[in-house]
Ligand binder design. Structure first.
Ligand code: CMC
Length: 448
């Protein structure tokens, strides 16, 4: 099976430091007075396994790092997306998000993320053609959807139907075959909007609208969602482009919760449909991709500007979180939030101003000036303004996490493929620090 060459230090062009003999760390174990020299790899990274030699007795397991939430653990090397959190920088394959959002299309960015380079015109045409011609789903998928209640959440339906697709493509198990991976990646990218639109139409009790191959990725999605009767549906070009931009902004974000889920599940060599269903489940949570939905519900609950002071008091007291604020990596303004804020203005010119915008702007204004938020580096993230756009465009709140999942499918799949071909990757299996009972004998039930 073709795999990336193995990586002696950490893989990648910026590895010069790993060959520098002065790049070591000397650790003194004060329990034993022994000294250990640990190699420092690219930047400030050491291999966790190098700590294992640190022991008091020979029979000891050796030292581990304890890191709940992986706050300081690099799980993988990657060449896909770079987030420089302190500077508010996001780059896909080296290209700044601002340039891509301004000049590229979503499928162009998808091709870049998946293949590593901007596509030529010919390559892009082929990629668009392939994605367009795999948009149909097996008719039995509609039978699966019929099993859901009318008020089922769209993410629940999506997660289930994506997992179900693995049964339609059993050959997807051949994860070590590059051509097989390519076709499954194409299928997933192509079918996600169809599944999302079908889930929405099921919720509404409307007949499904089948894909239209003549439309763009986002126009086809809007058509499948909103078309009524036989009349041609023409999405407003401003809204079509706004959705494309939002998709670009959500396409990847390196090792976040759902991408890590994708890699962890995929490391068992399961097919990508099953792994992606797991990644979607991780995204669904309100601290991750479910935050856009949570923001809208929060703004609706606040309702009027008069209620903002009470709400902010509850945030300061730690009773509530200001949803759409804060990020594990960004300790400055999330660059995606700035672009979304601008896109929102363009969208509102077409749809009319979302009345919740005033509440959002005032919350941001307060948060940017207040000690509580400044001290904790809490700035608006990608989810703070995206929901306002989605709502103005007519998407129901339940569809918001789905609108995150569709473009993030690109990132999940690129990261999955990178993991599959990475020789250093093994099945994900972290350690634990066992804090439970030491060994004790079983007590028969009548003697307890
Ligand atoms: N509102 C109020 N306080 C907050 C918030 C918030 N949104 N976020 C963090 N804090 C406080 C938190 O209470 C803690 O305070 P203290 O030190 O006094 O205990 C401090 O800031 C650090 O928070 P943390 O939970 O340790 O930070 P984290 O890096 O583990 O969490 C986060 C990151 C995104 C989960 C968190 O900021 C949060 O819950 N934000 C709201 C949900 C949200 O908008 N999520 C979308 C993230 S971006 C897109 C995505 O990933 O899907």
């Amino acid at each position: 099976m073709p795999r990336e060459p193995s990586t002696p230090g950490l893989a990648g062009p910026r590895n010069a430091m790993s060959n520098n003999s002065s790049s070591t760390l000397t650790i003194t174990d004060n329990r034993t007075q022994r000294e250990y020299e640990i190699r420092i790899l690219d930047g400030d990274v050491i291999r966790a396994m190098d700590l294992r030699q640190i022991k008091v007795r020979d029979e000891d397991f050796g030292m581990m790092a304890y890191d709940p939430g992986f706050t300081n653990t690099a799980f993988t090397t990657s060449r896909i997306t770079d987030v420089k959190g302190s500077k508010g920088i996001l780059e896909y394959r080296g290209y700044p998000i601002e340039q891509l959002a301004e000049q590229a299309t979503f499928l162009e960015v998808a091709s870049l993320i998946l293949n590593g380079e901007l596509p030529t015109r010919e390559e892009l045409d082929q990629f668009v053609h392939d994605v367009t011609f795999h948009t149909y789903v097996h008719e039995n998928v509609t039978t699966i959807l019929q099993g859901f209640r009318y008020d089922a959440h769209a993410m629940g339906m999506m997660i289930s139907t994506v997992a179900a697709l693995s049964t339609f493509y059993p050959e997807a198990k051949e994860v070590d075959d590059p051509e097989n991976r390519r076709i499954q990646i194409t299928r997933l990218l192509a079918k996600m909007p169809t599944l999302a639109a079908f889930a929405y139409r099921h919720h509404k009790g409307l007949p499904y609208v089948y894909p239209e191959n003549g439309l763009s990725y986002t126009a086809n999605f809007l058509n499948m969602l909103f078309r009524i009767g036989g009349r041609e549906y023409k999405p407003n070009p401003v809204l079509e482009r706004a959705l494309d931009v939002l998709f670009i902004l959500h396409a990847d974000h390196e090792q976040n919760c759902s991408t890590t889920a994708m890699r962890v599940i995929g490391s068992s060599r399961v097919d990508p449909f099953s792994a992606l269903a797991g990644a979607m489940a991780a995204l669904y949570g309100p601290l991750h991709g479910g935050a856009n939905e949570a923001v809208l519900r929060m703004l609706t609950e606040i309702g009027t500007r008069d209620n903002i002071p009470d709400f902010m008091d509850s945030v300061r007291r730690g009773e509530r979180r200001l949803m759409g604020f804060g990020h594990r990596v960004y300790k400055a303004y999330d660059p995606r939030a700035s672009i979304i804020k601008r896109t929102a203005e363009e969208v509102f010119e077409v749809t009319g101003r979302n009345p919740l915008l005033d509440i959002a702007l005032e919350l941001e204004q307060i948060a940017l000036q207040e000690e509580y938020f400044i001290q904790r580096n809490l700035y608006p993230n990608v989810d703070f303004y995206s929901g306002l756009i989605y709502q103005a465009m007519g998407f129901p709140v339940e569809l918001f996490p789905v609108l995150f999942a569709i473009p993030r499918t690109v990132g999940w799949l690129a990261q999955w493929e990178e993991m599959v071909v990475d020789r250093e990757q093994k099945i994900a299996r972290p350690r634990q620090v066992f804090m439970g009972h030491p060994r004790r004998d079983y007590v028969p039930i009548d003697s307890r």
